[in-house]
Design a protein around this ligand. Structure first.
Ligand SMILES: C[S@@+](CC[C@H](N)C(=O)[O-])C[C@H]1O[C@@H](n2cnc3c(N)ncnc32)[C@H](O)[C@@H]1O
Length: 264
């Protein structure tokens, strides 16, 4: 073994260790794949490390899917052998790129206190990290003010980041022990609530969603200012968590856009 081969082996080993330990580091986010990296770049993530097997392929993907980022990948990506890349995590993305970013610092109470006329999504005790990711993705798309969760899962876990296609950098996302008090109306989304009227959804509401199996807990249902339901066909018990977040947020957004269009 020549000294240069040994040095390359040691560098690969260090990189593998860096990706593996980043998965357990509460200050960092591991981004898996082109789409997560694309959104992280667009929404200003601070990247500590980007590594991949084929920057030319990333440039081809950028040209086809994200022309705003074309030309960025050659300089950004540290090229690694496929074998090294495969060791970065339990499941590596087919697009051949992974990154480590810093999580933004977040003051949850300050986020709740903001005057902006946009709702916050609160996910009580969500069980599935991919569901958390899907909720974050639609919250980013609809321009919600934040996603907070009491889930046992870290909403910045790589699986949630994959489910959100890296859109965590587009809005504040945090795990909380419980929902902090605020001056925002608290609306419980529950199939047995009053039918939702999009025109009457308060813009600064905290919209609370329950667990995949059991729904919202009694304490939240009792604390809520109102319980509202997305109408469903008779015989359907409930919607999937992330689809109900999508339906509620887009009901708010489309009604707000209709009001803005009517007054302009
Ligand atoms: C899969 S559902 C949970 C179903 C649970 N058995 C229940 O009755 O609430 C997960 C969450 O999605 C939201 N959800 C699902 N369908 C809904 C509907 N039709 N109206 C309002 N919220 C709904 C609720 O917040 C619910 O806690």
């Amino acid at each position: 073994v020549t000294s240069s081969t040994a040095a390359a082996g040691a560098a690969s080993h260090r990189l593998v260790e860096r990706f593996r330990s980043a998965r357990r580091d509460q200050r960092l986010a591991v981004l898996e794949g082109f789409h997560a990296l694309k959104h992280a770049l667009r929404f200003g993530a601070e990247l500590e490390q980007v590594a991949g097997t084929d920057p030319a392929e990333l440039e081809r993907l950028a040209a086809a899917l994200a022309p705003d980022l074309a030309g960025r990948f050659d300089a950004l990506v540290e090229v690694v052998e496929a074998e090294t890349f495969a060791a970065f995590g339990p499941q590596v993305p087919r697009t051949g790129v992974m990154a480590i970013a810093r999580r933004p610092q977040l003051d949850v109470e300050a986020v709740l206190a903001r005057a902006e006329q946009r709702p916050i999504v609160y996910l009580e005790d969500t069980r599935n990290p991919f569901n958390i990711g899907a909720c974050i993705r639609v919250a980013a798309g609809a321009e919600a003010a934040a996603v907070l969760t009491t889930s046992m899962h870290d909403p910045w876990h790589p699986d949630a980041l994959r489910g959100a296609a890296g859109l965590h950098f587009a809005l504040p996302v945090a795990r909380v022990e419980q929902l902090p008090p605020s001056d925002r109306p608290l609306l419980a989304l529950a199939p047995e609530g009053e039918p939702l009227d999009p025109a009457r959804l308060p813009a600064r509401a905290v919209l609370a969603f329950g667990t995949e199996r059991d729904g919202l807990g009694d304490a939240l249902l009792e604390a809520a200012d109102a319980r509202i339901a997305l109408p469903m066909r008779a015989g359907v018990s409930s919607l999937n968590l992330a689809t109900s977040v999508a339906a509620a947020l887009y009901a708010w957004r489309l009604a707000a856009e209709a009001r803005a269009g009517a007054s302009s």
